[in-house]
Design a protein around this ligand. Structure first.
Ligand code: MF3
Ligand code: CO
Length: 248
């Protein structure tokens, strides 16, 4: 069931999304050669707490941290570690959620560490653009598959592939609500989106093929071919006339 949110709920989601967005910015400003992903996690945790919110991911199905920190060929769900230390030329996807007054926000970005290969820079840019392609024309009455198809078509046209094992989702009282929002599929398929629903749209884009592997920690998801992958996610509100991006 896709929940329609009341105006009061939307205001709370808005607040959670503002904290989520600000957390990403605080983490972004801390990214530098030599820092560990565990240190970035602590920075995110402290900031979320300072805002009177709690990290949405911590303890979610046993997830042990406040952020996902996914470096290079890690697609998503990289667990922060003292042993993962950023070096020049890396890319790092930071995914974070904040829960505030009972409602969640969820967003992700991929950042460069120092100077990166122009080819990888393009991967980050196309991933970000695929989100904006996905929401083109999106408004009340659209099908979830319209988003999926736009993201997939744009990514593949640009020579990359979309991950299929993990998808976007509805969001509100729960971090993950209906509907699932895949980054591949047919226009006109899936459920319709009504006004005052909130979803997280999150393309995961691989430079090489779409195949993934899950690591023994049960979370870390990497590309099979070892090539880099990027992630871009925002929580959006569907309205009668379009969308509002709540985590920007
Ligand atoms: N943005 C991701 C998602 O919506 C992050 C979830 S990590 C988890 O699936 F630990 F919370 F699962
Ligand atoms: Co998400």
């Amino acid at each position: 069931m896709i929940k329609i949110k009341s105006q009061e709920e939307i205001e709370l989601i808005r607040e959670a999304c503002r904290i989520t967005r600000d957390t990403l910015n605080v983490v972004k400003d801390s990214i530098k050669v030599g820092i560990s992903t565990k240190e970035l996690d602590k920075i995110a945790y402290d900031y979320i707490k300072s805002q009177g919110a709690t990290p949405s991911f911590k303890n979610y199905n046993g997830y042990p941290a406040s952020i996902c920190a996914s470096v290079n060929d890690t697609i998503v769900h990289g667990i922060p570690s003292n042993d993962i230390i950023l070096k020049e030329g890396d890319i790092i996807s930071i995914d974070v959620g904040a829960k505030y007054n009972g409602y969640h926000g969820d967003a992700a970005r991929t950042f460069p560490v120092g100077k990166i290969d122009p080819k990888v820079k393009r991967l980050i840019k196309i991933t970000e653009q695929s989100f904006f392609e996905g929401i083109k024309g999106l408004k009340s009455g659209a099908f979830v598959g319209d988003i999926s198809n736009r993201v997939q078509t744009f990514v593949e046209k640009n020579g990359y592939s979309v991950v299929r094992e993990l998808v976007g989702h509805g969001i509100g009282k729960q971090l993950h609500e209906d509907p699932m929002v895949p980054n591949f599929g047919r226009s006109g398929s899936g459920p319709r989106l009504n006004a005052n629903t909130t979803i997280a749209i999150e393309p995961m884009v691989n430079m090489g093929d779409r195949n993934v592997k899950f690591m023994p920690d049960g979370w870390t998801c990497k590309t099979r071919d070892g090539l880099p992958s990027a992630h871009y996610e925002n929580t959006v509100l569907i309205t009668d006339n379009g969308v509002e991006i709540l985590t920007m």
